[in-house]
Design a protein around this ligand. Structure first.
Ligand code: DCP
Ligand code: MG
Ligand code: MN
Length: 335
């Protein structure tokens, strides 16, 4: 069942922890393609119902090719992975991992700082030229890089939903992301807002943010932006009232009701799942994104030749159906 799926133990933690070192290192150093293939493999291994005991156990696993199987086998046999040890002791990888975890810092900036000779967060504090967001990211480095228990996410969701209801009790608000996938811990809280009448979601984000800031809940704004004119997104930091509370990341989006189902799918994730379902749509001559589903889309090479026609997607189920996929509940959408 759903909760069992989310609480399933990782029988291959000894392997995934090593592979995660490589995934993080490649991600920080902008080797996106490699990072992605390791992340996919980690997802597969995490969800295996058994511990990998032999080379043969790796054969035929989706997302795990021959070279990766060799690495997995090296971990099984020796208990460690030379490449992961190398990464863990590589000056550049270590520094770039550290820097890339500052909110608003990407691989390019991280590398510039490394080349400049910076190695620690104190170096960055003293010597780097920081954007407004990077300053916030640095100030709250530990909090931002720590996941929160689900219970705390629930409290945060409740504060935001109360504030939404105070603006208009008929607004629809759904906590998406890892929270909706019923994870035990959440990296942030992701809230989606819409309204059945198709327009009352417009222009409420500013008021909501102002109210939540006024009550001392929102502490720092990272981004307030317009996506395609009709979706609004807020990214910031919040903190619950009371002693010993951490700052937490929060994302809020407002969307038109006709994009509700496809936005739910996008914002519920996981990012891996979203990527794969979008690719499935593409392979069927369709285009799926947070704004909707379109059919009759022609492509040549990577290029889209026409815009196709819109396909009605009143519910998440209807999106799966249009793609010929069995419905998956949020906890079943990790990969
Ligand atoms: N998303 C995506 N691609 C991205 C980033 C996000 O498709 N590059 C979608 C899928 C994510 C959702 O948005 O599930 C929310 O993004 P988060 O970064 O908050 O990710 P999660 O909530 O899934 O995980 P976490 O617990 O780390 O926040
Ligand atoms: Mg999230
Ligand atoms: Mn988020």
């Amino acid at each position: 069942d759903a909760s069992a799926a989310s609480q399933r133990v990782n029988h291959n933690e000894h392997i995934t922890s090593q592979l995660q070192i490589l995934a993080d290192g490649y991600k920080s150093t902008n080797d996106k393609w490699r990072a992605l293939s390791y992340e996919k493999a980690i997802e597969t291994l995490k969800h295996l119902p058994r511990r990998i005991e032999s080379r043969e156990d790796c054969v035929g696993l989706r997302t795990i090719g021959a070279r990766l199987a060799e690495k997995i086998w090296e971990i099984c046999e020796s208990g460690s992975l030379r490449k992961a040890d190398e990464f863990a002791h590589n000056d550049k990888v270590v520094a770039m991992n550290l820097f890339a975890n500052i909110w608003g810092v990407g691989p390019t900036v991280a590398e510039q700082w490394y080349v400049q000779g910076l190695r620690t967060l104190d170096d960055v504090r003293e010597k780097a030229h920081l954007t407004r967001q990077q300053k916030i990211g640095l100030e709250h480095y530990d909090d931002i890089n720590q996941r929160m228990p689900r219970q705390e996410a629930t409290e945060i969701v409740n504060v935001v939903i109360d504030a939404i209801r105070a603006i208009n009790p008929n607004l629809i608000a759904v906590a998406c992301g890892s929270y909706r996938r019923e994870k035990e811990t959440c990296g942030d809280v992701d809230i989606l807002i819409t309204h059945k009448d198709g327009h009352s979601h417009e222009n409420i984000l500013g008021e909501l943010v102002a109210n939540l800031t006024q009550q001392g809940f929102l502490t720092d704004d990272l981004v307030e932006s317009n996506i395609d004119g009709n979706q609004h997104k807020y990214m910031g930091l919040c903190r619950l009232p009371g002693e010993n509370r951490h700052h937490r990341r929060i994302d809020i989006i407002t969307i038109p009701y006709d994009q509700y189902a496809t936005s739910l799918i996008y914002f519920t994730g996981s990012a891996h799942f979203t990527r794969s379902i979008y690719a499935k749509a593409k392979s069927m001559g369709m285009r799926l994104n947070q704004h909707g589903l379109r059919g009759g889309v022609m492509r040549q090479g990577g290029e889209q030749l026409n815009d196709g026609y819109p396909i009605e997607t009143p519910t998440e189920e209807s999106v799966f159906e249009a793609l010929g996929l069995p419905y998956r509940t949020p906890p079943e959408r990790d990969h």
